[in-house]
Design a protein around this ligand. Structure first.
Ligand code: NAD
Ligand code: LMR
Length: 338
């Protein structure tokens, strides 16, 4: 009797542990040898949700980067690929993060990267369409406002486009907004939330300070300066690096955070809502970043940006033509460059 009770208890304990156990994900970083790619790969190597990480980059050092990472004592396997081995890296991946491409130099806009990065993103996404058509694709390469629409067109032309699985990573804008607000108000940064909507370039980045939690308020001049700092946070780093590249470490942090949220939701965790640049009907722009609830299949629900004050509504109205033009530029380029 006692032994049968013990057996039943042990079976139910095993079941309960199994139900808590996280699903393992195979992830890939494309552009893994770069300024973002290396720290991002490290953070993903250390993420307990990741059981296999593949690093791909055109740079021949990439297998070496992966060998280096593979010595980290976390429960994931890490392998590196370069050159012609892209599809080997992508085979069976559920999540692919793409920071491949050239970064800005001082004096450049993100749109100045279009001519180089459009083809890089196109070719990498085409390979994803063939090797891992069901994967969630997280696009970091700039100009995000155009590269994400390019990715959607490539996936459509391959017959595998699932808008629920294509994300432009705008998390760095949220990370900056959280950080700057916490600093200004002496708050614990881990308790600050704020939606940052629109796109990922200059004035298309719109922080909704009126919707920050905990509630904060600033005199108009301070609010303007803070909004401007969030919009142009990338330029602040670009200037400070003085020709040595754009944000890499904070982007790796933000990219790893967003990838973790996507994996947690794929794994069945509910209630995860993040701002991300997705195909959207929230505004007249075909792609827009607003709070998105993530789920087992990627995007579960796209939320509107909700109530905003007159100042924020003007920022949105003023930038929408630019954002729309940048989105349309990506779509047109992809349609003309099949
Ligand atoms: P980087 O030059 O340090 O690294 C880019 C890497 O991409 C290099 O290792 C390069 O070899 C690789 N690469 C180039 N072409 C490739 C291809 N076809 N396939 C695979 N790899 C390829 O640049 P970085 O600082 O890491 O920035 C990368 C991109 O991320 C830039 O476009 C930058 O503007 C963008 N970025 C976006 C955000 C964001 O918030 N979304 C933030 C920071 C930077
Ligand atoms: C950023 O916001 O830091 C990135 O988009 C890189 C850049 O070019 O500013």
């Amino acid at each position: 009797m006692l032994s049968s009770l013990r057996a039943t208890a042990s079976r139910s304990l095993t079941r309960s542990l199994a139900s808590q156990q996280q699903r393992g994900f195979k992830c890939s970083v494309l552009g893994a040898a770069g300024g973002i790619g290396q720290p991002l790969s490290l953070l993903l190597k250390l993420n307990p949700r990741v059981t296999e990480l593949t690093c791909y980059d055109v740079a021949p050092v990439t297998p070496g980067v992966a060998a280096d990472l593979s010595h980290c004592s976390s429960n994931s396997k890490c392998t590196g690929y370069s050159g012609e081995d892209l599809k080997k890296a992508l085979d069976g991946c559920q999540v692919v993060v793409i920071p491949a491409g050239v970064p800005r130099k001082p004096g450049m806009t993100r749109d100045d990267l279009f001519n180089t990065n459009a083809s890089i993103v196109k070719n990498l996404v085409a390979a994803c369409a063939e090797a891992c058509p069901k994967a969630c694709l997280l696009i970091i390469s700039n100009p995000v406002n155009s590269t994400v629409p390019i990715a959607s067109e490539v996936l459509k032309s391959k017959g595998v486009y699932d808008p629920k699985k294509l994300f432009g990573v705008t998390t760095l804008d949220v990370v900056r907004a959280r950080t700057f607000i916490a600093q200004a108000k002496g708050l614990d940064v881990n308790k600050v939330t704020i939606p940052v909507i629109g796109g990922h370039a200059g004035t298309t980045i719109v922080p909704l300070i009126s919707r920050a939690e905990p509630k904060v308020s600033f005199p108009d001049a301070e609010r303007d300066a803070l909004t401007n700092r969030i919009m142009f946070g990338g330029d602040e780093v670009l200037k400070a690096k003085a020709g040595g590249g754009s944000a890499t470490l904070s982007m790796a942090f933000a990219g790893a955070e967003f990838a973790d949220k996507v994996m947690a939701a794929l794994d069945g965790k509910t209630g995860i809502t993040e701002c991300t640049f997705v195909e959207s009907t929230v505004t007249s722009s075909k792609f827009f970043s607003s709070p998105v609830t993530l789920g087992k299949n990627g995007v579960e629900q796209i939320h509107g940006y909700g109530e905003v004050n007159a100042y924020e509504q003007k920022l949105i109205n003023d930038m929408l033509p630019d954002l729309t033009a940048q989105v349309e530029k990506g779509i047109k380029w992809a349609q003309e460059n099949k």
